[in-house]
Design a protein around this ligand. Sequence first.
Ligand code: SAM
Length: 349
Amino acid sequence: MTALPLLPANFGADPDLLEAADRLLAGAQGPRDIRYVKTLRISVTDHCNFRCVYCMPDEGVDWLPKDEILTYEEIVEIARTAIGHGICDFKLTGGEPLLRKDLGTLARMLRGLPGCGEISLTSNGLLLDRFADELCEAGVARVTVSMDTLKPELFREITRRGDLAQVWRGIRAAEAAGMGPVKINVVVMRGYNVDEIVDFAEMTLTQPRTVRFIEFMPLARSMIEEAEHFVPYAEIRARIESRFGALQPAQQDTGTGPARTFRLRDALGKIGFIHAMSAPFCSTCNRLRLTADGQLRSCLFDGGEIDLRPLLRPTAQRAELRQAFLDCVVLKPDAHKHYGTRQMSQIGG
Ligand code: SAM
C-alpha cells in the first residue's frame, strides 16, 4: 500500500485538503491504495448483561481490571485525535455499552468536540428504554439493536438471559426519542434462526427499519461450531428472494460500514448483509476500533493493534497519538484472516 493512509472523509471545503485528496486519488492504483477511514468504533466496556451462545460462556469471561479501562477523558482525547485525521463519526459499543455508567456524559463530551460527526450506538436493547431520551438529548443520532430471533423463548435461549419484550420496549423508546428508525442486527445461525430469515425480511415491508443479516464469524472462543451453524450470505439472500422476489439495490443508511443494502419491492425498510466471511470487504472497510482498554485496532479479526494507554498516561502525548492513528491504518489488512485472538465482546463488535 503506497498512499497516505488516511484521507479525511469529511474534509469539507478546506481547499488544501481537497487538493491533497485530488492528488491522492489521481495517484491511486486501485481502491486499496487509499483508506477512507471514517468511523471509530469505541468500546466503552467489555461487560455484557447477555451471554449470547456465539459470543460468551454462561459464566462470562475474564473481565478487564477497572484501572485498565479508559476514562471518558481519555476516550475524548483519542476522539479529538481521530477528528484531526478526518475520522469524525463515532459508534459506541461494547460489551454492552449501556452498562457503562453515565454514557450520556461521554456522548455529550464527544458532541462538544469541534468537528464531531455522527454519534451512534450499538446495543442489545435491554436497558434502552431507560436511557433513550437521555442519549438522544446528549447527541446520539442512531441506534442499532441486536436481535437474532422474534421468538421470546428462543431469544432467551440464544442470549441465555434476555427478555425480548423488554428489547422491543427499548427499540420503541429509541424511535420515540428520535433515534429511529432503529437498525436490527441478526446473526444467522443454522439450527437457531434460519427459518426466521423471511420473517425478519417481511418486517421491512411495513416498517422503515433496516434489518441487517450478519454471517456468523468464528472469533476466538465461539460457543458454537462454525461448520455446523454457519449460513453463507448466498443462502440467506436466496431464502429471501425465493419468497419475496429479487432484492433491489438501495441507498446505504448513513454510518453503514461495508454492508450491502437492498430493499424488497415497495418495502418501507431495507435489508443489509454483512458477509465478512463468504465475501470479505476489507478493501472498503472504513473503520478503526478502540477497545475498552485502549487498543486501537485496524481490523476485527487481525491482531494489528496499538496500545494507546502509554500515550495517554500519565498525560496525553498528542503528537504520538496522532502518529498512532497513521501507524494503525497501515496495519489494516488487505484481506483478513478468519479467526481473531479476542472475542467480539472484548473488541467491540
Ligand atoms: N452489546 C451490543 C450489541 O448487542 O449490539 C454491542 C456489542 S455486540 C458484540 C455487537 C454485535 O456483534 C452484535 O450484533 C452481535 O450479535 C455481534 N456478534 C457477536 N459475536 C459475533 C459472531 N461471532 N459473529 C457474528 N456477529 C457477532
